[in-house]
Design a protein around this ligand. Structure first.
Ligand code: MRU
Length: 347
């Protein structure tokens, strides 16, 4: 079953409404910047590469209307759209990559008529999308080399088709291993507070016929101690120049547990997730979300007393020294990451 998370249809962005999963597979059509901003903020669309594609298309939504005889007004509109979307979520590098890609293309063509630049923006955004589809499949091919027949893999959050255009990074590796005939089992850490692991990862693995068991986030250490996990693979939201990697809150815990139990811990991400301008994880901005996401299950049932405080960082940073390898679309990176990352970007 093919899962197409984000698409461009009838001049609008078509998204799987991820808050409705796993109960309902519903699509939403987004035709303006405000709705897109809200969709990103509320995680109707989420996952670093999907965000990158959404904002790239979003820039087009922001500039497609309006006066075509006024290049100055157009350029102002472009900057406003970029600024507005950049303020939606701070951590995923891809979100900024998507904005920068289309804006740079528009600026490089600023001498052309506005109508032409608009078309160029749309075609660049579609390219960002297509490139992610290809990159994820390459990550799958590269990463599958690390998977043995019969392995049981632990993952957290959702780094699958639902976090990309249609395939996935961490889950892409698993999909590829399956097509190569390897029998894989997956433990999906539920990923409190918003349950991307149980709602989304378990949903898509199940749909693709891969054996998956949901565990509460507290269960990973128990399973590792019992020898039930062969390796951990997660996605990333931003990878610094030294290999420190930001991903969903709880990823760092898994890396520490994996190190203690001598289990390989892999990150899978496209090069578009790397941020060479950020020297180390300390400089990666971490999104703080509403305390209500913690005190109420899926913002509904209260599970803390009224008035209780809560803290809700959406991501943490796993220091490079806990990462066995980073699986990218251009190959598998090993420590020393500062060197291997530099090398891959200079090829
Ligand atoms: O808050 P989310 O659901 O957007 O967080 C997503 C993750 O942490 C993913 O693991 C990451 O973006 C990689 S997606 C291929």
């Amino acid at each position: 079953m093919n899962i197409r998370t984000i698409d461009w249809k009838d001049n609008r962005i078509r998204l799987i409404e991820q808050r409705k999963l796993p109960q309902e597979l519903k699509y939403v059509n987004i035709g303006n910047l405000r709705s897109l901003w809200r969709a990103i903020k509320t995680l109707q669309v989420r996952g670093a590469p999907a965000l990158g594609a959404a904002v790239a298309l979003g820039i087009y939504l922001g500039v497609k209307g309006g006066d075509e005889d006024n290049p100055k007004a157009f350029s102002r509109k472009l900057d406003e759209a970029a600024k507005y979307l950049a303020a939606s979520r701070p951590t995923a590098r891809n979100l900024f990559y998507g904005i920068e890609r289309v804006c740079a293309k528009a600026k490089a063509n600023r001498h052309l008529p506005v109508a032409r630049i608009k078309r160029i923006i749309l075609s660049e955004a579609l390219k960002v999308m297509e490139e992610d589809r290809v990159a994820c499949r390459k990550i799958g091919i590269n990463g599958s080399r690390l998977i043995k027949d019969g392995d049981t893999i632990l993952t957290i959050c959702n780094a699958g088709a639902l976090a990309t255009i249609d395939y996935g990074t961490a889950l892409g590796v698993i999909y590829r291993a399956k097509t190569e005939g390897k029998k894989i089992k997956v433990f999906a850490s539920e990923t409190r507070p918003l349950l991307q692991g149980s709602r989304l990862t378990a949903w898509e693995l199940h749909k693709k016929g891969i054996e998956v068991s949901v565990i509460s986030d507290n269960t990973a250490g128990f399973l590792m101690r019992e020898g039930k996990i062969n390796l951990v693979i997660t996605g990333a939201d931003r990878i610094a120049a030294n290999g420190d990697s930001a991903n969903k809150i709880g990823t760092f815990n898994l890396a520490l547990l994996a190190k203690y139990h001598k289990i390989p811990f892999y990150i899978a991400a496209p090069l578009t997730t790397f941020d060479l301008a950020v020297r180390s994880g300390e400089d990666i901005p971490i999104e703080m979300r509403s305390p209500e996401e913690v005190t109420k299950i899926l913002l509904k049932k209260e599970v803390a007393p009224k008035g209780a405080k809560a803290l809700n960082p959406a991501f943490d940073v796993t220091p490079a020294k806990f990462i066995t390898a980073i699986i990218t679309d251009k190959g598998i990176l090993r420590p020393d990451y500062r060197r291997s990352i530099k090398k891959i970007f200079s090829q």
